[in-house]
Design a protein. Structure first.
Length: 244
């Protein structure tokens, strides 16, 4: 009887440990979702505040600035939706529409230009995407581009170039800077972010996951200096074919 009770006790203890491990993993996953949502709030709100300050000083580009601020505030609202959904271990649902590549990068650059100016960063935009569009959630894609741009402004050494191009199959958005480059490969940085380590890694992880959900990927491209991150996405027609 004593041996049976001992065995039963050990089994109960092992079951409790297994249950605690499962619970800890689930809590960790939900905590990471909350941390990511909070991360997404910081950038848009900072950009919106600086944009409003800029808008109060000049009226020459008031319309573009107001549009950019509106986009960033909508991003902040999406992050709050994610934070609300995180309580159930989910994120807010993605929406699907045709998104102009040119408009996407122009809106992102305009939104982050006040942040770049405040940081003393020279920000340039080069667009050769024609009328290409990708199919996906406009705010999510704005999140991905915004995270790449925010990282470049913070770590990029004072010069950042955003390039957009497209062919009949793929659209590419590149963010290049003159900084020290990435501390590790993109895959390693995004893996590390799952454990809550590093703001730069978390931003890249968010961008990589958004790209993957849209049938694309985030990768580092060869560069003579600094970092050169590329967001590759299927153009709208190719995305529909892939879904079928």
């Amino acid at each position: 009887m004593s041996a049976a009770l001992t065995a039963t006790g050990w089994l109960a203890a092992l079951a409790a440990l297994a249950g605690a491990a499962v619970l800890q993993r689930e809590l960790g996953r939900r905590g990471e979702l909350v941390a990511r949502a909070c991360h997404e709030l910081r950038g848009p709100l900072t950009s919106a505040r600086l944009g409003l300050a800029l808008l109060s000083r000049t009226s020459a580009s008031a319309r573009d600035s107001a549009s950019a601020i509106d986009g960033e505030l909508r991003r902040a609202g999406l992050a709050l939706d994610d934070l609300h959904a995180a309580r159930a271990g989910r994120r807010a649902r993605d929406r699907r529409e045709a998104v102009s590549v040119e408009a996407l990068v122009q809106e992102t650059v305009e939104a982050w230009r006040p942040v770049a100016d405040a940081a003393g960063t020279v920000l340039r935009l080069q667009v050769d995407a024609g009328g290409a569009a990708v199919r996906g959630d406009r705010l999510r894609l704005g999140q991905a581009c915004g995270n790449l741009l925010a990282n470049a402004i913070e770590h990029g050494g004072g010069h950042v170039v955003v390039r957009a191009s497209a062919d009949i199959v793929r659209a590419r958005i590149e963010v290049c800077d003159d900084g020290p480059g990435l501390a590790a490969p993109v895959a390693e940085l995004t893996r590390g972010a799952h454990g809550g380590r590093g703001r730069r890694g978390r931003g890249l992880a968010i961008a990589a996951e958004i790209a993957a959900r849209h049938g694309g990927r985030l990768a580092a491209a060869p560069a003579t200096r600094g970092a050169r991150l590329a967001l590759d996405l299927p153009v709208a027609a190719a995305a529909r074919r892939a879904q079928r």
